[in-house]
Design a protein around this ligand. Structure first.
Ligand SMILES: [Ca+2]
Ligand SMILES: [Ca+2]
Length: 271
């Protein structure tokens, strides 16, 4: 059975089934095929997961990218675009330090801590920031759109809303992002909405208390917030402007400089 036919036939039940199958897939790192009994014998449900899924998702992503940039270089891929980002840093996303940062971010966004990131995780995050009550309905809508862009274009879920993205896959995808000019430019676009959501007094600046709210919504501790804030509040005035907040949050993904405090923006680095 072809992959596209498998995906189509299994789409409705796949989301639930993947939750059951994923642990097995981790062990085998193979294409998982289930046979479900039916009137005429059986139906094959093919669940491309783990390593196999990397390629599936990258192809989806490339097609989506080609569609959205049809007028520019629609044949772009991670090789031809490599180094065409800012042109300043020669960024390749290869250093152990950068990879550590991306692993940290993957763990952070894995809100339900099942080892993989799905749209459910992002929905949980959106819900937490929305419930703070500082985003207007229009801002919630834009925030959701921005998160969806992150999910589809940065995490590579275009074309398959039910995909589960593991750590290695995210690293590959982010390497593609930071080496692709258009994607690099938009990286971490929801930051302005995170800022607005946690600027609880509407002052246009984030205090340490408001930064704690940010971290709490991300599932981090107040101690984590205090440590990160002390590092990223460079002039020590106890405030972060929107510009600083956005700059730090983006720099986390784009910089390979280990001395930059932006490495702590999304919480303490994992091992
Ligand atoms: Ca998860
Ligand atoms: Ca404030």
């Amino acid at each position: 059975m072809s992959l596209s036919r498998c995906v189509t036939s299994a789409l409705r039940t796949r989301h639930a089934l993947q939750r059951l199958v994923y642990p097995m897939a981790v062990l085998t790192r193979e294409f998982v095929k289930l046979q479900v009994g039916g009137d005429d014998g059986h139906v094959d449900l093919c669940l491309p997961v783990a390593k196999s899924e990397v390629w599936t998702v990258r192809e989806y992503s490339k097609r989506a990218s080609a569609r959205s940039h049809a007028k520019s270089d629609s044949s772009s891929d991670s090789d031809s675009d490599r180094g065409s980002g800012s042109g300043k840093r020669g960024m390749t996303g290869q250093t152990p330090f950068w990879r550590q940062k991306m692993r940290t971010h993957h763990s952070l966004i894995d809100v339900n801590k099942d080892g993989v990131v799905s749209w459910d995780d992002f929905e949980a995050l959106i819900s937490r920031f929305k419930q703070l009550g500082h985003l207007s309905p229009e801002e919630v809508s834009k925030f959701t759109d921005a998160i969806r862009h992150v999910w589809e274009e940065e995490w590579g879920a275009s074309g398959d809303p039910y995909v589960f993205i593991g750590q290695e896959q995210f690293l590959m995808q982010m390497e593609h992002v930071v080496n692709t000019k258009d994607l690099r430019k938009k990286v971490a676009s929801p930051l302005v909405y995170f800022f607005k959501a946690v600027d609880t007094d509407g002052s246009g600046e984030i205090s340490i208390e408001e930064f704690e709210v940010f971290y709490t919504c991300l599932g981090l501790t107040e101690e984590d917030a205090a440590q990160s804030f002390a590092a990223i509040d460079k002039n020590g005035d106890g405030k972060l402007s929107r510009k600083e907040f956005v700059k730090l949050g983006r720099e986390f993904f784009l910089s390979e400089d280990e001395t930059q405090p932006s490495k702590l923006f999304w919480g303490p680095l994992s091992d």
